[in-house]
Design a binder for this molecule. Structure first.
Ligand code: SF4
Length: 342
């Protein structure tokens, strides 16, 4: 992805990355015993070995009390709950938006004009956009966006979302232009950024993480990351990236100090706002320090504890949250069963 390479080159070219460096030593590397899943947590209350789970299972960020994990993953949860959750779940605005962004980033960029990028900027943007929308996969998904309700239950957002996607492609072209000016020996190349094909197996991993598939891996500088879409930037994105970093370290015994999230807003943040700000995808770099690593490990332990317990966790205090949640039908059934059992 061009924006990641260009922003990194800009920061390192001007000596800015040294400003982000600290003397803080990272203790919670993926190979450190301090990160291992404890024997007690890795087993259910009836003594069975749990898991392994994927990083995504630890960082869904849907339910603060992890009832979503109980419904999806617990062997104690009735099977009917999974069916209820699936029936409610698809297809969803956010899923389609995520697929479109993935397609734009992987397909759209290949339509850039190969030479004289600055002189041909407008032509390059138009070429990238028309190449992307004429892709048969994109056409179908775009149609789907107009038919699919947004997470707020209306369908007004498709034009607005596509404007943002257009801006995303235009900014990819502009970063590509900028990179052609900044590029120097030793700079990060766009081809150093591996996108959407980074699955690695973590069989028998002491972290309690099964297969891991970070959206972004930049091996040269020890960086992993995620491409995210949503209403707003959520802290759980950072936890997930820390999980990927530790899984990567555990598997390959290479340090991963840097995280990146590429975020595109897919619906308007504030329903009361009189305007809909049009914005494209943005890159966020951060150091994966011990604080972030321990937040991921806390999430991991909490979810293993939920899966090991036959009693489902209580609902979170915020009832508004449940109204818009795709697990609400399954949760109602869970509550009804709980009442009967009392
Ligand atoms: S409906 Fe409420 S309790 Fe159930 S998973 Fe969603 S947020 Fe959690």
């Amino acid at each position: 992805m061009t924006q990641i390479a260009t922003m990194w080159n800009a920061a390192s070219g001007f000596g800015l990355t040294s400003l982000f460096e600290t003397k803080e030593k990272i203790r919670l590397r993926g190979w450190s015993k301090d990160t291992y899943l404890s024997f007690e947590i890795s087993r259910s209350s009836d003594g069975r070995q749990l898991g392994p789970l994927s990083v995504r299972d630890f960082s869904l960020g849907i339910c603060p009390s992890h009832r979503d994990s109980y419904i999806d993953k617990s062997s104690f949860a009735p099977k009917i709950l999974k069916k209820l959750r699936n029936d409610v779940g698809a297809p969803h605005w956010k899923d389609r938006a995520g697929q479109l962004l993935e397609l734009a980033l992987t397909k759209g960029s290949k339509y850039h004009a190969p030479q004289r990028p600055i002189a041909d900027f407008g032509a390059s943007v138009r070429s990238a956009w028309s190449g992307f929308v004429s892709d048969p996969g994109a056409d179908e998904l775009i149609q789907g966006m107009y038919e699919c309700p947004t997470s707020d239950g209306d369908a007004i957002g498709a034009d607005w979302f596509l404007s943002g996607l257009g801006l995303t492609l235009a900014s990819e072209v502009s970063y590509w232009c900028m990179d052609s000016c900044l590029f120097a020996d030793g700079a990060l190349a766009t081809t150093d950024v591996s996108l959407f094909s980074n699955t690695f197996q973590t069989e028998g991993n002491p972290l309690g993480i099964g297969e891991a598939a970070p959206d972004i891996v930049v091996k040269r500088i020890g960086m992993v990351g995620e491409v995210k879409t949503g209403k707003r930037f959520h802290p759980s994105y950072l936890h997930a990236v820390a999980g990927y970093a530790m899984a990567y370290e555990s598997c390959f015994h290479r340090k991963v100090d840097w995280g990146v999230v590429y975020f595109l807003q897919t619906s308007v943040c504030d329903e009361l706002s009189p305007v809909e700000p049009i914005t494209g995808g943005h890159v966020y770099f951060f150091r994966i320090n011990d604080t972030l690593r321990s937040l991921f490990l806390d999430d991991r332990d909490d979810i293993y504890a939920v899966l090991g317990n036959p009693v489902p966790p209580a609902r979170p205090g915020n009832a508004m949250r449940c109204q818009k949640c795709k697990y609400s039908a399954a949760c109602d059934v869970l509550d009804a069963q709980d009442e009967r059992d009392k």
